[in-house]
Design a protein. Sequence first.
Length: 269
Amino acid sequence: METAQSTPVRVGGDRRRAPACFAHRGARGHLPENTLPAFSLGYDLGAHAIECDVQRSRDGQLIIIHDGTVDRTTNGTGYVCEMTLAELRGLNAGARWRVSAVIPTLEETLALVERRNGEINLEVKGDSEVESVATAEALVPVLRTLPDALRARVLVSSFDHPALHLLKRKIEWLRVGLLYGDRSWRQRDMIRPALEMGAEAIHPGVRLVSPEIVRSAHEAGLRVNVWTANRRQTIERLLDWDVDGLFTDYPERVIISSAQRALAALCSE
């Protein structure tokens, strides 16, 4: 059976697990983002989890794509919410890479996660808060019917926190992480909203996170998963700060840096 790499034990620190590596929109540094080949490659490169974005088509189907339009990532044009599933599936999501790929459905993506025995961070997207909440509502029956073994491997996040509120209210067992990207959060408390929601983690952008935020979150019992770390210098800095997870377009960079640290710690004992 194909399996994702298990999370190694962190050596030489006071945290019991090494930082989780999230393949951001799959291994999008190597293959077309938010496609099944990119997700598979993310696991192949050692990522513990894939990260992807879920939206609804015009006919209410849950599909995996980041932008509100198909213009940047496919050979088509138009708004995602104004196209049917059939229309979206007829586009080439790998056109800019000069390869052929389709926009996957949520069902196909979850099947891949289950087959690879990996984890997934599912980000609820929408052109507006109202749209994100509606997508969250559509997610409820899907998440409720997940097999028990897969439930524990699903983490849901969103910048639109009301969407997460809805999901937590209707699915108590669901793991959620609050996304933060707006610069205004530099002067605001990111921890309290997460605690009030019963979230597992905060997901600050790399320009928002600091050692103080990581320490405060850990003291509050929250994990800190940071997006998006691609430069080796950034990855090393975040590892120094003891973050719990890193979203990256290049999973191998995080895996190699973590392994090198573990080896160095073993050699120094």
